[in-house]
Design a protein around this ligand. Structure first.
Ligand code: FAD
Length: 471
Protein backbone atom coordinates (compact mmCIF):
# COMPACT_ATOMS: atom_id res chain seq x y z
CA UNK A 1 0.00 0.00 0.00
CA UNK A 2 1.45 3.43 -0.88
CA UNK A 3 1.96 5.68 2.14
CA UNK A 4 -0.09 8.68 3.18
CA UNK A 5 2.07 11.77 3.71
CA UNK A 6 1.55 14.00 6.74
CA UNK A 7 3.22 17.42 6.67
CA UNK A 8 3.86 18.68 10.22
CA UNK A 9 4.42 16.51 13.27
CA UNK A 10 2.62 18.67 15.82
CA UNK A 11 -0.50 17.78 17.79
CA UNK A 12 -2.64 17.18 14.69
CA UNK A 13 -0.01 15.56 12.47
CA UNK A 14 1.11 13.12 15.18
CA UNK A 15 -2.46 12.03 15.87
CA UNK A 16 -3.30 11.75 12.16
CA UNK A 17 -0.22 9.58 11.56
CA UNK A 18 -1.11 7.33 14.51
CA UNK A 19 -4.64 6.80 13.23
CA UNK A 20 -3.38 6.01 9.73
CA UNK A 21 -0.78 3.51 10.98
CA UNK A 22 -3.31 1.96 13.38
CA UNK A 23 -5.56 1.32 10.37
CA UNK A 24 -2.70 -0.66 8.79
CA UNK A 25 -1.66 1.99 6.27
CA UNK A 26 1.96 3.22 5.98
CA UNK A 27 2.52 6.87 6.77
CA UNK A 28 5.38 9.34 6.36
CA UNK A 29 5.58 12.34 8.70
CA UNK A 30 7.52 15.30 7.30
CA UNK A 31 8.51 17.53 10.23
CA UNK A 32 10.80 20.51 9.75
CA UNK A 33 11.97 20.87 13.35
CA UNK A 34 15.43 19.40 13.51
CA UNK A 35 16.20 21.36 10.33
CA UNK A 36 14.31 24.59 10.94
CA UNK A 37 12.49 25.83 14.04
CA UNK A 38 9.42 28.01 14.62
CA UNK A 39 9.13 31.13 16.77
CA UNK A 40 7.35 29.22 19.54
CA UNK A 41 8.64 25.62 19.57
CA UNK A 42 11.70 24.92 21.71
CA UNK A 43 12.47 21.22 21.06
CA UNK A 44 12.57 18.80 18.13
CA UNK A 45 10.03 16.42 19.68
CA UNK A 46 6.79 15.65 17.92
CA UNK A 47 3.59 17.07 19.47
CA UNK A 48 5.39 19.75 21.45
CA UNK A 49 3.12 21.87 23.67
CA UNK A 50 4.27 25.41 22.90
CA UNK A 51 2.78 27.17 25.88
CA UNK A 52 0.56 25.91 28.71
CA UNK A 53 0.80 22.23 29.71
CA UNK A 54 -2.96 21.85 30.09
CA UNK A 55 -5.50 19.96 27.98
CA UNK A 56 -8.14 21.87 30.00
CA UNK A 57 -11.13 20.27 31.75
CA UNK A 58 -11.32 16.49 31.83
CA UNK A 59 -14.98 16.52 32.92
CA UNK A 60 -16.79 14.61 30.17
CA UNK A 61 -20.22 15.19 31.71
CA UNK A 62 -20.23 18.96 32.08
CA UNK A 63 -17.59 20.34 29.77
CA UNK A 64 -17.29 20.23 25.98
CA UNK A 65 -13.51 19.77 25.90
CA UNK A 66 -13.77 17.06 28.57
CA UNK A 67 -16.28 15.36 26.31
CA UNK A 68 -13.87 15.64 23.38
CA UNK A 69 -11.20 13.93 25.55
CA UNK A 70 -13.62 11.07 26.17
CA UNK A 71 -14.50 10.69 22.50
CA UNK A 72 -10.82 10.74 21.53
CA UNK A 73 -10.05 8.03 24.09
CA UNK A 74 -12.80 5.90 22.52
CA UNK A 75 -11.16 6.46 19.14
CA UNK A 76 -7.73 5.17 20.25
CA UNK A 77 -6.09 8.61 20.38
CA UNK A 78 -2.33 8.62 20.83
CA UNK A 79 -2.39 12.20 22.14
CA UNK A 80 -4.91 11.29 24.86
CA UNK A 81 -3.18 8.01 25.76
CA UNK A 82 0.15 9.85 26.13
CA UNK A 83 -1.53 12.69 28.04
CA UNK A 84 -3.15 10.23 30.45
CA UNK A 85 0.14 8.39 30.94
CA UNK A 86 2.07 11.58 31.73
CA UNK A 87 -0.42 13.66 33.65
CA UNK A 88 0.46 15.90 36.56
CA UNK A 89 -2.01 16.91 39.30
CA UNK A 90 -4.26 19.78 38.16
CA UNK A 91 -7.65 19.44 39.87
CA UNK A 92 -10.38 18.77 37.33
CA UNK A 93 -8.09 19.62 34.42
CA UNK A 94 -5.84 17.25 32.52
CA UNK A 95 -2.35 18.72 32.66
CA UNK A 96 0.72 16.87 31.49
CA UNK A 97 4.45 16.82 32.00
CA UNK A 98 5.28 18.46 28.68
CA UNK A 99 8.67 16.83 28.11
CA UNK A 100 7.72 13.25 28.90
CA UNK A 101 4.41 13.69 27.03
CA UNK A 102 6.09 14.77 23.78
CA UNK A 103 8.89 12.23 24.22
CA UNK A 104 6.27 9.49 24.57
CA UNK A 105 4.37 10.56 21.44
CA UNK A 106 7.67 10.68 19.50
CA UNK A 107 8.78 7.27 20.78
CA UNK A 108 5.44 5.55 20.02
CA UNK A 109 5.41 6.91 16.48
CA UNK A 110 9.06 6.19 15.77
CA UNK A 111 8.67 2.64 17.07
CA UNK A 112 5.64 1.89 14.88
CA UNK A 113 6.65 -0.27 11.90
CA UNK A 114 4.32 1.60 9.52
CA UNK A 115 5.54 5.10 10.50
CA UNK A 116 8.52 6.92 8.95
CA UNK A 117 9.57 10.29 10.37
CA UNK A 118 11.54 12.54 8.00
CA UNK A 119 13.07 15.77 9.27
CA UNK A 120 12.60 18.20 6.38
CA UNK A 121 10.78 21.37 5.49
CA UNK A 122 8.12 20.98 2.82
CA UNK A 123 8.14 24.24 0.95
CA UNK A 124 5.38 23.78 -1.60
CA UNK A 125 2.10 21.92 -1.94
CA UNK A 126 2.57 18.13 -1.81
CA UNK A 127 3.84 16.78 -5.16
CA UNK A 128 1.40 14.93 -7.43
CA UNK A 129 2.94 11.53 -6.60
CA UNK A 130 1.69 11.93 -3.01
CA UNK A 131 -1.86 11.13 -3.99
CA UNK A 132 -2.96 11.23 -0.34
CA UNK A 133 -1.56 13.89 1.97
CA UNK A 134 -2.51 15.88 5.05
CA UNK A 135 -1.20 19.37 5.77
CA UNK A 136 -1.02 19.88 9.53
CA UNK A 137 1.54 22.64 9.82
CA UNK A 138 -0.24 24.65 12.48
CA UNK A 139 -0.46 28.32 13.43
CA UNK A 140 3.21 28.88 12.57
CA UNK A 141 3.29 27.20 9.15
CA UNK A 142 6.63 27.93 7.46
CA UNK A 143 6.33 30.93 5.08
CA UNK A 144 7.18 29.07 1.87
CA UNK A 145 4.40 26.53 2.37
CA UNK A 146 1.99 29.24 3.51
CA UNK A 147 2.74 31.09 0.27
CA UNK A 148 2.01 27.95 -1.78
CA UNK A 149 -1.29 27.44 0.06
CA UNK A 150 -2.18 31.05 -0.59
CA UNK A 151 -1.43 30.64 -4.29
CA UNK A 152 -3.70 27.57 -4.44
CA UNK A 153 -6.58 28.91 -2.36
CA UNK A 154 -6.56 32.63 -3.14
CA UNK A 155 -5.24 35.58 -1.16
CA UNK A 156 -8.36 36.06 0.96
CA UNK A 157 -8.50 32.42 1.94
CA UNK A 158 -5.41 32.33 4.15
CA UNK A 159 -5.11 34.49 7.23
CA UNK A 160 -1.93 35.20 9.19
CA UNK A 161 -3.67 36.68 12.21
CA UNK A 162 -6.95 35.90 13.82
CA UNK A 163 -9.10 38.81 14.97
CA UNK A 164 -11.51 37.25 17.32
CA UNK A 165 -14.60 38.94 18.67
CA UNK A 166 -16.26 37.37 21.71
CA UNK A 167 -19.14 34.96 21.16
CA UNK A 168 -22.11 34.80 23.51
CA UNK A 169 -24.52 31.92 24.12
CA UNK A 170 -27.79 33.33 22.80
CA UNK A 171 -29.86 31.94 25.67
CA UNK A 172 -27.88 34.07 28.15
CA UNK A 173 -28.77 37.38 26.46
CA UNK A 174 -31.53 39.35 28.20
CA UNK A 175 -34.00 39.92 25.36
CA UNK A 176 -36.18 42.09 27.65
CA UNK A 177 -33.42 44.69 27.24
CA UNK A 178 -31.98 43.76 23.83
CA UNK A 179 -34.02 43.44 20.62
CA UNK A 180 -33.71 41.97 17.13
CA UNK A 181 -33.27 44.42 14.25
CA UNK A 182 -31.02 44.97 11.25
CA UNK A 183 -29.78 48.51 10.78
CA UNK A 184 -32.47 50.50 8.89
CA UNK A 185 -34.41 47.19 8.84
CA UNK A 186 -32.34 46.29 5.79
CA UNK A 187 -33.15 42.88 4.41
CA UNK A 188 -29.98 41.28 2.97
CA UNK A 189 -29.90 38.05 0.97
CA UNK A 190 -31.35 35.33 3.21
CA UNK A 191 -32.00 37.94 5.91
CA UNK A 192 -35.20 39.01 7.66
CA UNK A 193 -34.50 42.65 8.58
CA UNK A 194 -34.13 41.39 12.15
CA UNK A 195 -30.75 39.71 11.91
CA UNK A 196 -28.91 41.42 14.76
CA UNK A 197 -29.34 41.49 18.51
CA UNK A 198 -29.02 45.11 19.68
CA UNK A 199 -27.94 46.24 23.15
CA UNK A 200 -28.59 49.95 23.83
CA UNK A 201 -26.51 52.32 25.96
CA UNK A 202 -27.33 55.79 27.27
CA UNK A 203 -24.64 58.49 27.33
CA UNK A 204 -23.43 57.88 30.89
CA UNK A 205 -23.13 54.14 30.41
CA UNK A 206 -21.34 54.63 27.12
CA UNK A 207 -18.74 56.97 28.64
CA UNK A 208 -18.19 54.59 31.57
CA UNK A 209 -17.85 51.69 29.13
CA UNK A 210 -15.27 53.50 26.97
CA UNK A 211 -13.27 54.36 30.10
CA UNK A 212 -13.42 50.72 31.26
CA UNK A 213 -12.03 49.59 27.90
CA UNK A 214 -9.16 52.07 28.19
CA UNK A 215 -8.38 51.10 31.80
CA UNK A 216 -8.84 47.34 31.37
CA UNK A 217 -5.86 44.96 31.59
CA UNK A 218 -4.48 43.95 28.18
CA UNK A 219 -2.26 41.17 26.91
CA UNK A 220 0.77 42.15 24.88
CA UNK A 221 1.84 40.86 21.49
CA UNK A 222 4.95 38.69 21.54
CA UNK A 223 7.86 40.48 19.91
CA UNK A 224 7.92 38.09 16.92
CA UNK A 225 4.23 38.55 16.26
CA UNK A 226 4.65 42.19 15.24
CA UNK A 227 1.64 44.48 15.61
CA UNK A 228 -0.90 43.34 13.08
CA UNK A 229 -3.29 46.29 13.19
CA UNK A 230 -4.83 46.60 9.79
CA UNK A 231 -7.93 48.17 8.29
CA UNK A 232 -11.18 47.09 9.85
CA UNK A 233 -9.39 45.06 12.46
CA UNK A 234 -8.45 47.44 15.26
CA UNK A 235 -8.94 46.11 18.77
CA UNK A 236 -11.93 47.72 20.44
CA UNK A 237 -9.75 49.24 23.19
CA UNK A 238 -7.42 50.83 20.62
CA UNK A 239 -10.46 52.47 19.02
CA UNK A 240 -11.58 53.63 22.48
CA UNK A 241 -8.18 55.25 23.07
CA UNK A 242 -8.52 57.24 19.85
CA UNK A 243 -11.28 59.40 21.34
CA UNK A 244 -14.42 58.97 23.35
CA UNK A 245 -16.70 59.33 20.31
CA UNK A 246 -14.76 56.94 18.05
CA UNK A 247 -16.71 53.79 18.93
CA UNK A 248 -20.04 55.57 18.51
CA UNK A 249 -19.03 56.30 14.94
CA UNK A 250 -17.70 52.77 14.44
CA UNK A 251 -18.98 49.42 15.67
CA UNK A 252 -21.25 51.00 18.31
CA UNK A 253 -23.10 53.44 16.07
CA UNK A 254 -26.78 53.80 17.01
CA UNK A 255 -28.06 54.99 13.61
CA UNK A 256 -30.94 53.11 11.99
CA UNK A 257 -31.85 51.24 15.16
CA UNK A 258 -35.02 51.77 17.22
CA UNK A 259 -35.40 50.26 20.66
CA UNK A 260 -38.31 47.84 20.27
CA UNK A 261 -38.97 47.96 24.02
CA UNK A 262 -39.08 51.75 24.20
CA UNK A 263 -39.12 53.41 20.75
CA UNK A 264 -39.23 56.92 22.21
CA UNK A 265 -35.79 56.61 23.85
CA UNK A 266 -32.91 57.08 21.42
CA UNK A 267 -29.83 55.04 22.34
CA UNK A 268 -26.54 56.96 22.50
CA UNK A 269 -24.66 53.87 21.34
CA UNK A 270 -25.58 50.29 20.44
CA UNK A 271 -23.60 47.05 20.67
CA UNK A 272 -24.67 44.64 17.93
CA UNK A 273 -24.41 40.87 17.97
CA UNK A 274 -24.71 38.78 14.84
CA UNK A 275 -25.74 35.15 14.52
CA UNK A 276 -22.59 33.04 14.36
CA UNK A 277 -23.77 29.51 13.66
CA UNK A 278 -26.57 28.03 11.63
CA UNK A 279 -28.18 26.63 14.77
CA UNK A 280 -28.69 30.17 16.11
CA UNK A 281 -27.25 29.24 19.51
CA UNK A 282 -24.23 31.56 19.26
CA UNK A 283 -23.95 35.30 18.56
CA UNK A 284 -20.72 37.25 18.03
CA UNK A 285 -20.16 40.81 19.21
CA UNK A 286 -19.68 42.71 15.96
CA UNK A 287 -16.35 44.57 15.75
CA UNK A 288 -15.29 43.62 19.28
CA UNK A 289 -11.93 41.97 18.52
CA UNK A 290 -9.74 42.71 21.52
CA UNK A 291 -6.48 42.15 23.36
CA UNK A 292 -8.14 42.66 26.76
CA UNK A 293 -7.38 39.89 29.25
CA UNK A 294 -10.11 37.25 29.39
CA UNK A 295 -11.28 38.06 32.93
CA UNK A 296 -11.40 41.75 32.01
CA UNK A 297 -13.51 40.98 28.93
CA UNK A 298 -16.07 39.14 31.05
CA UNK A 299 -16.17 41.97 33.60
CA UNK A 300 -16.34 44.81 31.08
CA UNK A 301 -18.66 43.22 28.50
CA UNK A 302 -21.16 42.33 31.23
CA UNK A 303 -21.52 46.12 31.74
CA UNK A 304 -23.39 46.14 28.41
CA UNK A 305 -27.17 46.30 28.94
CA UNK A 306 -28.62 42.93 27.93
CA UNK A 307 -25.34 41.12 28.58
CA UNK A 308 -25.34 41.34 32.39
CA UNK A 309 -25.58 37.55 32.69
CA UNK A 310 -23.90 36.71 29.40
CA UNK A 311 -21.99 33.47 29.18
CA UNK A 312 -19.21 33.49 26.61
CA UNK A 313 -18.57 30.57 24.27
CA UNK A 314 -15.35 32.30 23.21
CA UNK A 315 -13.56 35.41 24.37
CA UNK A 316 -11.87 37.84 22.02
CA UNK A 317 -8.28 37.79 20.91
CA UNK A 318 -5.79 38.80 18.27
CA UNK A 319 -2.90 36.44 17.59
CA UNK A 320 -0.42 35.38 14.99
CA UNK A 321 -2.23 32.39 13.51
CA UNK A 322 -2.11 30.83 10.06
CA UNK A 323 -5.46 29.36 9.06
CA UNK A 324 -7.54 28.84 5.96
CA UNK A 325 -11.15 29.74 5.22
CA UNK A 326 -12.19 26.12 5.72
CA UNK A 327 -16.00 26.43 5.36
CA UNK A 328 -15.43 27.59 1.79
CA UNK A 329 -12.34 25.55 0.87
CA UNK A 330 -12.82 22.13 2.47
CA UNK A 331 -15.42 19.43 2.01
CA UNK A 332 -17.01 17.56 4.92
CA UNK A 333 -14.04 15.18 5.14
CA UNK A 334 -11.46 17.99 5.42
CA UNK A 335 -10.42 17.60 1.80
CA UNK A 336 -9.41 20.61 -0.28
CA UNK A 337 -12.20 20.85 -2.85
CA UNK A 338 -9.77 22.02 -5.53
CA UNK A 339 -7.31 19.12 -4.89
CA UNK A 340 -8.99 15.87 -3.91
CA UNK A 341 -6.65 13.66 -1.87
CA UNK A 342 -5.16 16.69 -0.07
CA UNK A 343 -6.58 17.22 3.41
CA UNK A 344 -5.92 19.81 6.09
CA UNK A 345 -5.86 19.14 9.83
CA UNK A 346 -5.20 20.94 13.11
CA UNK A 347 -5.18 24.60 13.90
CA UNK A 348 -4.65 25.59 10.27
CA UNK A 349 -8.27 24.48 9.64
CA UNK A 350 -9.63 27.03 12.15
CA UNK A 351 -9.98 25.06 15.31
CA UNK A 352 -8.18 26.33 18.39
CA UNK A 353 -6.14 24.55 21.03
CA UNK A 354 -4.05 21.41 21.54
CA UNK A 355 -6.97 19.02 22.05
CA UNK A 356 -9.12 20.34 19.22
CA UNK A 357 -6.15 20.29 16.83
CA UNK A 358 -5.38 16.69 17.75
CA UNK A 359 -9.08 15.78 17.35
CA UNK A 360 -9.18 17.19 13.82
CA UNK A 361 -5.91 15.34 13.10
CA UNK A 362 -7.59 12.17 14.33
CA UNK A 363 -10.51 12.65 11.94
CA UNK A 364 -8.32 13.59 8.96
CA UNK A 365 -6.16 10.51 9.58
CA UNK A 366 -9.19 8.21 9.74
CA UNK A 367 -10.74 9.74 6.62
CA UNK A 368 -7.50 9.42 4.64
CA UNK A 369 -6.91 5.83 5.80
CA UNK A 370 -10.48 4.82 4.92
CA UNK A 371 -10.03 6.27 1.47
CA UNK A 372 -6.70 4.50 0.97
CA UNK A 373 -8.29 1.21 2.02
CA UNK A 374 -11.28 1.74 -0.28
CA UNK A 375 -13.67 1.78 2.68
CA UNK A 376 -16.70 4.06 2.81
CA UNK A 377 -16.06 7.37 4.54
CA UNK A 378 -18.22 7.91 7.55
CA UNK A 379 -18.20 11.26 9.30
CA UNK A 380 -19.06 11.60 13.01
CA UNK A 381 -22.65 12.60 13.84
CA UNK A 382 -23.22 16.34 14.48
CA UNK A 383 -24.33 15.47 18.03
CA UNK A 384 -20.81 14.33 19.00
CA UNK A 385 -17.98 16.67 20.02
CA UNK A 386 -16.08 15.42 16.96
CA UNK A 387 -19.03 16.25 14.73
CA UNK A 388 -19.71 19.62 16.38
CA UNK A 389 -16.10 20.71 15.87
CA UNK A 390 -16.00 19.38 12.31
CA UNK A 391 -19.26 21.24 11.65
CA UNK A 392 -17.70 24.51 12.81
CA UNK A 393 -14.83 24.02 10.39
CA UNK A 394 -16.48 22.65 7.30
CA UNK A 395 -20.00 24.03 7.34
CA UNK A 396 -22.92 25.32 9.32
CA UNK A 397 -21.32 28.71 9.41
CA UNK A 398 -22.98 32.02 8.75
CA UNK A 399 -21.09 34.05 6.16
CA UNK A 400 -21.78 37.70 6.66
CA UNK A 401 -23.65 39.25 3.74
CA UNK A 402 -23.75 42.78 5.00
CA UNK A 403 -20.01 43.37 4.97
CA UNK A 404 -18.98 42.24 1.50
CA UNK A 405 -15.53 40.72 1.35
CA UNK A 406 -15.20 40.43 5.12
CA UNK A 407 -14.50 36.92 6.29
CA UNK A 408 -16.54 35.90 9.24
CA UNK A 409 -14.89 32.53 9.92
CA UNK A 410 -12.69 32.71 13.00
CA UNK A 411 -10.97 29.95 14.98
CA UNK A 412 -12.78 28.47 17.93
CA UNK A 413 -12.45 25.98 20.77
CA UNK A 414 -15.04 23.23 21.09
CA UNK A 415 -18.05 24.43 23.14
CA UNK A 416 -21.67 23.52 23.79
CA UNK A 417 -22.93 26.21 21.44
CA UNK A 418 -21.70 24.10 18.51
CA UNK A 419 -24.00 21.17 19.34
CA UNK A 420 -27.52 20.80 17.93
CA UNK A 421 -30.21 21.49 20.55
CA UNK A 422 -31.73 18.57 22.45
CA UNK A 423 -35.01 17.11 21.25
CA UNK A 424 -37.82 19.11 22.88
CA UNK A 425 -39.09 15.97 24.65
CA UNK A 426 -35.76 15.20 26.37
CA UNK A 427 -36.32 14.54 30.05
CA UNK A 428 -33.99 16.77 32.06
CA UNK A 429 -35.32 16.75 35.60
CA UNK A 430 -33.62 13.98 37.61
CA UNK A 431 -35.81 11.46 39.46
CA UNK A 432 -36.67 12.67 42.95
CA UNK A 433 -35.56 16.29 42.31
CA UNK A 434 -37.17 18.51 44.95
CA UNK A 435 -38.06 22.18 44.46
CA UNK A 436 -38.09 24.42 41.39
CA UNK A 437 -36.10 22.99 38.50
CA UNK A 438 -34.49 25.95 36.72
CA UNK A 439 -31.39 28.14 36.50
CA UNK A 440 -28.13 26.33 37.26
CA UNK A 441 -29.80 22.94 37.88
CA UNK A 442 -31.50 23.04 34.52
CA UNK A 443 -28.39 24.28 32.71
CA UNK A 444 -26.23 21.47 34.10
CA UNK A 445 -28.92 18.87 33.38
CA UNK A 446 -28.92 20.13 29.79
CA UNK A 447 -25.14 19.72 29.56
CA UNK A 448 -25.35 16.20 30.96
CA UNK A 449 -28.03 15.30 28.42
CA UNK A 450 -25.92 16.71 25.56
CA UNK A 451 -22.82 14.82 26.70
CA UNK A 452 -24.71 11.55 27.26
CA UNK A 453 -26.21 11.83 23.76
CA UNK A 454 -22.76 12.61 22.33
CA UNK A 455 -21.02 9.64 23.92
CA UNK A 456 -23.77 7.24 22.87
CA UNK A 457 -23.66 8.56 19.30
CA UNK A 458 -19.87 8.49 19.26
CA UNK A 459 -19.79 4.87 20.39
CA UNK A 460 -22.31 3.96 17.73
CA UNK A 461 -20.24 5.82 15.14
CA UNK A 462 -17.08 4.01 16.07
CA UNK A 463 -18.90 0.71 15.95
CA UNK A 464 -17.60 -0.03 19.45
CA UNK A 465 -20.91 -1.19 20.79
CA UNK A 466 -21.43 -3.55 17.87
CA UNK A 467 -17.98 -5.05 18.33
CA UNK A 468 -18.41 -5.33 22.09
CA UNK A 469 -21.79 -7.01 21.60
CA UNK A 470 -20.23 -9.51 19.21
CA UNK A 471 -17.43 -10.38 21.65
P1 FAD B 1 1.53 22.52 15.76
O1 FAD B 1 1.42 21.77 17.01
O2 FAD B 1 2.15 23.86 15.77
O3 FAD B 1 2.30 21.58 14.73
C1 FAD B 1 2.65 22.01 13.45
C2 FAD B 1 3.97 21.37 13.07
O4 FAD B 1 4.25 21.61 11.70
C3 FAD B 1 5.14 21.95 13.86
O5 FAD B 1 5.82 20.90 14.46
C4 FAD B 1 5.98 22.67 12.80
O6 FAD B 1 7.34 22.59 13.08
C5 FAD B 1 5.63 21.91 11.55
N1 FAD B 1 5.76 22.64 10.29
C6 FAD B 1 5.33 23.90 10.01
N2 FAD B 1 5.57 24.18 8.70
C7 FAD B 1 6.18 23.09 8.16
C8 FAD B 1 6.67 22.77 6.85
N3 FAD B 1 6.59 23.65 5.85
N4 FAD B 1 7.25 21.56 6.65
C9 FAD B 1 7.35 20.66 7.67
N5 FAD B 1 6.90 20.91 8.91
C10 FAD B 1 6.31 22.10 9.15
N6 FAD B 1 -3.01 25.95 22.46
C11 FAD B 1 -3.44 25.50 23.66
O7 FAD B 1 -4.30 24.60 23.73
N7 FAD B 1 -2.94 26.02 24.81
C12 FAD B 1 -1.98 26.98 24.81
O8 FAD B 1 -1.54 27.41 25.86
C13 FAD B 1 -1.51 27.48 23.55
N8 FAD B 1 -0.57 28.46 23.49
C14 FAD B 1 -0.07 28.86 22.28
C15 FAD B 1 0.96 29.81 22.23
C16 FAD B 1 1.49 30.21 21.01
C17 FAD B 1 2.60 31.22 20.99
C18 FAD B 1 0.98 29.67 19.81
C19 FAD B 1 1.55 30.07 18.49
C20 FAD B 1 -0.05 28.74 19.86
C21 FAD B 1 -0.58 28.33 21.08
N9 FAD B 1 -1.62 27.40 21.16
C22 FAD B 1 -2.07 26.92 22.38
C23 FAD B 1 -2.19 26.87 19.98
C24 FAD B 1 -1.38 25.62 19.66
O9 FAD B 1 -0.25 25.95 18.91
C25 FAD B 1 -2.20 24.69 18.92
O10 FAD B 1 -3.36 24.45 19.64
C26 FAD B 1 -1.59 23.37 18.56
O11 FAD B 1 -0.22 23.25 18.76
C27 FAD B 1 -1.91 23.21 17.13
O12 FAD B 1 -1.60 21.95 16.70
P2 FAD B 1 -1.18 21.75 15.21
O13 FAD B 1 -0.77 20.33 15.08
O14 FAD B 1 -2.21 22.28 14.32
O15 FAD B 1 0.11 22.69 15.04
Amino acid sequence: TPPIHVVGGGLAGSEAAWQIASAGVPVVIHEMRGVRGTEAHKTDDLAELVCSNSFRSDDAENNAVGLLHAEMRLANSLIMASGDAHQVPAGGALAVDRDSFSAAVTARLEAHPLVTVLREEISGLPPAEWDQAIIATGPLTAPSLAEAIRAETGADALAFFDAIAPIVHFDTIDMETAWFQSRYDKVGPGGTGKDYVNCPMDKDRYFAFVQALIDGGKTEFKEWEGTPYFDGCLPIEVMAERGVETLRHGPMKPMGLTNAHDPAVKAYAVVQLRQDNALGTLYNMVGFQTKLKHAEQVRIFRMIPGLKNAEFARLGGLHRNTYINSPVLLDGSLQLKSRPGLRFAGQITGCEGYVESAAIGLLAGRFAAAERLGRPLSTPPATTAFGALLGHITGGHIVSDDEPGKRSFQPMNVNFGLFPPLDPGTKLKPEGFEGRFRGKDKASAKKRAVTARALADCKAWLGLEMRQAAE
